[in-house]
Design a protein around this ligand. Sequence first.
Ligand SMILES: [Cu+2]
Length: 309
Amino acid sequence: MPRVVADDVAHDPSVVPASIARQETEIVRVDLETVEKEALLDERASFRFWTFNGTVPGPLVRVRVGDTVEVYLKNREDSWLMHNVDFHAATGPGGGAELTSCAPGEAKAFRFKALNPGLYVYHCAVPPVAMHVANGMYGMILVEPESGLPPVDREFYVMQGEIYTTEPFGSEGLLNEDYDKLLNERPEYFVLNGHVSALTDHYPMKANVGETIRIFFGNGGPNHVSSFHVIGEIFDRVYLNGSVTKPPQTDVQTVVVPAGGSAIVELKLEVPGRYVLVDHSLSRVERGLAGWLDVEGKEAPDIFEPIAS
Ligand SMILES: [Cu+2]
């Protein structure tokens, strides 16, 4: 029998910090704890994840351009390995990686000024970096522009990742990380928010007809480019590469998101039903990658309806 694992790393995609209303800059404290834990990979298997704050992705940090971000990193006592954090939003060597390298039980801190607005990835950068990232050590920080982002009805936080196990996809039990497959860029699993079915059975996204939603989408990688797509919907606006200083592209079907990169997409929801988030490199759906956006509300037959054949 597969063994039952209670622990879970999935980050609830609806947990997003509120938008920033203030006009003045501030010092923002960010506490990150690196936690290694065995947790659910799918209903049959578990995996020893490495995380920021116990979730994959780690928390979404939200600041304003010009803010000073103070990052306090603690590596939990029971960790097996050294960890740190590289903020892509930081200007300075390693994005803070050297300054935050902590052995188990250690704590370190650094500060950076958020000079450039946009949606940025952060990740552990202890060698082999690809292994720390693949095992779950990534998240994002949104640096809002001075005027903020336009208001929407709901925001979601979704990140893609790859998991490299010795055992083939769908195996049972505690699976082992595989260094050769990592170097050959051959993951067994592709996931959204940590594990298979994290954004389907576990945390489906919910919204209503008439609402406009925004998805902060990031690609932890560590290796594969994502072709992010929502089946049955069209992105009304896309902030390509997470860049918010130019007007967004409009009316986009699929958006390319590089490893270590991001995109912000906005969708107005007109027709109720289930919409599926995928990487349109669709073989990855067979390796675990999918998310549900469940939209409730009145049918819109003027937009979508069956007709007699
Ligand atoms: Cu690490």
